[in-house]
Structures are given as structure tokens and as C-alpha cells.
Design a protein around this ligand. Structure first.
Ligand code: OXD
Ligand code: MN
Length: 583
């Protein structure tokens, strides 16, 4: 299909005049095109074809050593007014940002090909899906976008002659760390990303569009763009209820989205709709409906095993791109925590010879798989439903060793917004920087909210007033530790036991204990059948609230809130009420 959209044609011409590629290739999304690009990437060494028997259709790639994670300190929201970006974002005036990046892009594609990727976030034909166009000089980006989005003609068809699309310019340039920038221009519907080749910085449909730009659009248009998984729980009678959940990066979100219920939960099944992003709108029935805008999973490889997440591992058995893991001599891949013996010899993520005795890890802690969602054994039959799925519950959570109990329910919507707004967790390897430091990460959106976070909380409060049948909001914490620092709750598939209680609450089947922080389960209402070595007493231990710990927590929340210039009154009221309940 030849692009006839005038706004797209003009913009591509403008980008080409700036970057000066030798050739421009329009991506159509066809199989022939995929074969051609893969062959080219393999011939240049940019990608390695893996063993066709073990991993059919799979490719391997290494990023530059300096380029293995998102770079939050180099990610900017470029709005005319600084206050509109807010204190949680880096800000630059749009004119200054363009002036800074233009020289970096100028001529940067000389000797290279510029690929033009029209893509669709959301199911084809859905009124809530949105179109983007990314130009890039990276085949790796094209092949990843092919998995993560609906790409090519399908997107041009949905766009028609509309001017409503997100403009994404990506250039590897010299992969220079010192000049790496991920700039968002919400007022222009544009994203400019330069000097990186790492997924989170360069697959512009994902974090940049579907969260940072989309959260802006959602604020304006009255919906929610959230860093949330979406899962469906089918009961033995065949009815299905859907839950979304926000957890900071690499906190087990993909595992929860694909969990397998324990044997004791006979007749129950969990379906995955999405593992990272949810776009939610109010339906005609007054409920909140969610779609997954993505078409693939960009998951963290280390720790993914047949034990921790069989569905994810099985999803990656074909047509998958592996980045920064160990490459074995027989064209297979391996990573720490895969649950299989390491290869005797291989090549590590840096490209060096590696053996199990090597002092360094073979796979980068943030190494990834890019796999088609449709291949997931537990993909929901509704995952591409144009209208999305109706949401019964929203979960917030993070890693808290001592503070939050296993689960509690908010008293109401605004209290739920407060619970999300005060969420905290340890930092992980998904973002460059320190690992293991506790940070506040409201709704897991700290790195992804594309506007003033105070306005974002106010938007959540306003949405609550418009949703006639709102989901109930819960906080979960799988990471309470004992006196030896060991996790108490078994987690993984057993998290289903908590989901069961959550749905029981939504369906009015159980009552709960009212505590200063919210409604907590009566220990007997969490089904522990078949849980070896975990007793009712253990459960009671992680359903406690320590007053001293919470006194510190309240101080922490006060400090967190003090940084906001536009904190809605409702959040101050919630904090005051929390203090009151502890008094
Ligand atoms: C991710 C993240 O999903 O960092 O990659 O949140
Ligand atoms: Mn994420």
C-alpha cells in the first residue's frame, strides 16, 4: 500500500531532509519484507539466527555495552510551560530541545537506510486504537516493532487521511551515551530519540507513545493510559472477570499476568490480556473497559523459567528476538534463573567467551525477549476485542519488606487513588542507576507520566466521579520479609489465592476487617489449601500493620507530597484521614 496521507508524507520528507539517509524504505508489515530485513540483519552481524529446530524463527541481538536500559535522567517532557511537566519529569522548552537534537540528527543517517514504520497501538479497527509513525535507522527496531505493534499497511489503513498520529523520530547516531536523549513533545504529538538502540528507548510505540504521550492525550480526552497488566480470571462456571495491576518495572508484572492457578483452585483459569500497558475508557455500561495497546511482550529474561512463568517461556519458543542473553554454541539461548543447567560454553551479553565459572553474569540483568502475544498459551480470547474488557478490580503494588500487608482494599475510589499515589518500591535493573533503593513510584508511572503528576492524580479523582460502576482498588505486596530477610509469601501461582479474595470482595462474597489503612482479609478467607509449609500463622504474620513502621511511612508520604506543586486537595484529605485513623 502506498502512503497517500499528506501529513505523513510531508513529515517523512522533513525528517529525511534532516537525517539525510541514503535510502528510504516504507515498511508494509509483510512476511516477504520480514524475511528480507532479517537476512540483511544477519548478513551484517547485527542479529544472529538461532537454531531453527530449537527456536524456529528466532533471532539474537546484543546492544552496545553502554546501552542496556532506559535512561530516565535523559528522558524529557518538553512542554511550553515547565509546570506542565511537573517535578517528576525532566523538562526542556520545546524550542531548546529541538535546537539541541537537530544537530545530533543532522546527517546522522548518511550511508544508512531510513525505515518508515506506520504502526497501530491497539486492535485493528478499534475506535480506541491510535496510530504512530516511527522513522528509524535500525533494522532491529523494525523487527521488534513488528512484534510489539500492528505495523505497516494495517496502520496506514486505519489512519486514512487523518492528521491524528504520533510522530516518532529515532536515530542510533553514534550510540553516544553523552548525547543520548529521549524527548517527548506532547504539544506536537512527537517523540525524538537519539543515540540509543535499547528497546525501552527506541521502540517508540511502547513507553514513549503508549504511556508518556498517551497519558497526555488521556488527560485531555477523559480516559486513562496506565502502566498496568490486564488479566482475566475464569471461574468454574465459565464466567470471566478482569483485573488490571500496576507494579513498578521488573516487579513480577509479567509473571502475574500469566499466572497458573494452584491445583487447589480447580476449574479456575487465568488469561492474559496484556502484561505492561492498559488504555482504559468508560463504557456505555458505566464500567471501565481496558485494551492492551501492544501486540507483543518485551519481557525481562533473567528469572523467567518453567517454574516462575511457564507461559512466558513457552511464548518465546518461536518468532522471538532475544537481546543481551547468553548465546550458546548450538544456537540456543540461556540466562540466569532459566531453571536449566547453563551451557558448558557460550558467549555472554558483552560478546565475550563465557562459561559457568566466569565471574560475571552471562546475561545482562535487564536482558529481554520480544515475543508475539498471540503465541502465549494463556492469551485471552478477548485480547484483541475492539471494545476491550470490563475491569472489576485494580491492583497496586510494589516491593515493601515491612510496610504493606499481603493485601488490602481501599475504602473507596479516592482512597484507592491515594494508595496508588503513595506506592513505593525498590528500584530494579530496568532503569539505569542504583538497584535496591526504595523510591515512591505513584501508580508505577513515575518514569512514564507525561505531564504534571499532581494533575495526573486530579485526573484519576475526576475519572472516579464519572465512572458509575468503578472497579474496586486494592494494594498487594508479595514481598514481605521475615527477620532473616527471606520472602514469607510463596508468590507466583499462589498469588492467585489473593486474586480470589479480591474477586470475592468485588462480588460481595466475603466481608473484611476495617483497619487504619483499608479493608483487610480475615485470615480464614484466604484459601491456603495445598500450600505446603505455609501456615495460617505465617499468613497472619503478613496481614499485620506495624504502627511504628506506618508512622515512618506517613512521614515518607508527607515528604513525597511536599514535592508536589499541584497536589489535589483530595490527596491531602486522604493523608489527614489516614493519620486520623492511626491516632
Ligand atoms: C518495562 C519497564 O516494561 O521498564 O520494560 O517497565
Ligand atoms: Mn513496564
Amino acid at each position: 500500500m502506498v502512503c497517500t496521507n499528506k501529513s505523513v508524507l510531508e513529515w517523512v520528507e522533513e525528517m529525511a531532509a534532516l537525517t539525510k539517509p541514503d535510502r528510504i524504505v516504507w515498511i508494509d508489515g509483510s512476511k516477504a519484507e520480514k524475511d528480507r530485513l532479517e537476512a540483511e540483519a544477519v548478513s551484517t552481524g547485527e542479529m544472529v539466527r538461532l537454531d531453527e529446530k530449537k527456536l524456529p524463527g528466532c533471532l539474537y541481538h546484543r546492544t552496545a555495552l553502554n546501552d542496556v536500559a532506559r535512561v530516565e535522567h535523559r528522558t524529557f517532557i518538553c512542554t511550553s510551560k515547565k509546570e506542565d511537566a511537573g517535578h517528576t519529569n525532566n523538562w526542556m522548552a520545546p524550542a531548546d530541545a529541538y535546537a539541541k537534537l537537530r544537530p545530533l540528527f543532522d546527517g546522522s543517517m548518511k550511508g544508512r537506510t531510513m525505515y518508515v514504520i506506520p504502526y497501530l497501538m491497539g486492535p485493528a479497527g478499534s475506535p480506541v486504537s491510535k496510530v504512530g509513525v516511527e522513522v528509524t535507522d535500525s533494522i532491529y527496531v523494525v523487527l521488534n516493532m513488528r512484534i510489539m505493534t500492528r505495523m505497516g499497511d494495517i496502520a496506514l489503513k486505519q489512519l486514512g487521511d487523518s492528521n491524528d498520529w504520533v510522530r516518532g523520530l529515532h536515530g542510533k547516531a553514534q550510540v553516544d551515551e553523552e548525547n543520548r536523549y529521549i524527548m517527548h513533545f506532547p504539544e506536537d504529538n512527537a517523540i525524538w530519540s537519539v543515540n540509543s538502540g535499547y528497546g525501552g528507548n527506541v521502540l517508540l510505540g511502547k513507553k514513549c507513545f503508549s504511556l508518556r504521550i498517551a497519558s497526555n492525550l488521556a488527560h485531555k480526552e477523559g480516559w486513562l493510559a496506565e502502566h498496568m497488566l490486564i488479566l482475566g480470571i475464569e471461574a468454574p462456571d465459565g464466567s470471566v472477570q478482569y483485573v488490571t495491576g500496576a507494579f513498578p518495572s521488573a516487579c513480577g508484572k509479567t509473571n502475574l499476568a500469566m499466572l497458573i492457578p494452584p491445583a487447589s483452585a480447580k476449574g479456575y483459569k487465568v488469561y492474559t490480556v496484556g502484561d505492561d500497558i492498559a488504555w482504559m475508557r468508560i463504557g456505555e455500561d458505566g464500567r471501565l473497559w481496558a485494551i492492551n495497546p501492544e501486540a507483543g511482550f518485551f519481557g525481562v529474561a533473567p528469572g523467567t523459567s518453567m517454574k516462575s512463568n511457564p507461559n512466558a517461556l513457552l511464548t518465546t519458543k518461536a518468532n522471538t528476538i532475544f537481546t543481551n542473553v547468553v548465546l550458546t554454541e548450538d544456537g540456543d539461548v540461556w540466562w540466569e534463573g532459566m531453571g536449566t543447567p547453563p551451557p558448558a560454553k557460550g558467549t555472554d551479553w558483552k560478546g565475550n567467551p563465557w562459561t559457568p565459572g566466569s565471574p560475571e553474569k552471562g546475561a545482562n540483568p535487564n536482558s529481554r525477549f520480544t515475543a508475539p502475544a498471540a503465541q502465549c498459551p494463556c492469551i485471552s480470547p478477548k485480547w484483541e476485542a475492539p471494545e476491550g474488557v470490563p475491569i472489576s478490580a485494580i491492583l497496586f503494588g510494589g516491593r515493601r519488606a515491612k510496610t504493606a500487608p499481603l493485601v488490602y482494599q481501599s475504602f473507596d475510589w479516592n482512597h484507592g487513588v491515594f494508595v496508588g499515589a503513595t506506592m513505593a518500591s525498590e528500584t530494579t535493573a530496568a532503569a539505569a542507576g542504583n538497584v535496591g533503593v526504595v523510591r515512591r513510584d505513584p501508580m508505577a508511572m513515575l518514569p512514564f507520566c507525561g505531564y504534571n503528576m499532581g494533575d495526573y492524580f486530579a485526573h484519576w479523582v475526576a475519572m472516579g466521579q464519572r465512572i458509575k460502576n468503578p472497579p474496586k482498588i486494592f494494594n498487594v505486596n508479595w514481598f514481605r520479609t521475615d527477620e532473616n530477610g527471606k520472602f514469607v509469601w510463596p508468590g507466583f501461582g499462589d498469588n492467585f489465592r489473593v486474586l480470589e479474595w479480591v474477586l470475592d470482595r468485588c462480588n460481595g462474597k466475603v466481608d473484611a476487617v476495617s483497619t487504619p489503612i483499608g479493608y483487610m482479609p480475615k485470615p480464614e478467607d484466604i484459601d491456603l489449601t495445598g500450600l505446603d509449609g505455609f501456615t495460617r500463622k505465617d499468613l497472619e504474620g503478613i496481614l499485620t500493620i506495624d504502627r511504628d513502621v506506618w508512622a515512618d511511612e506517613i512521614k515518607g508520604i508527607e515528604e513525597h507530597f511536599a514535592k508536589f506543586d499541584r497536589l489535589p486537595a483530595e490527596m491531602r484529605e486522604q493523608l489527614a484521614a489516614l493519620k486520623q485513623r492511626f491516632a
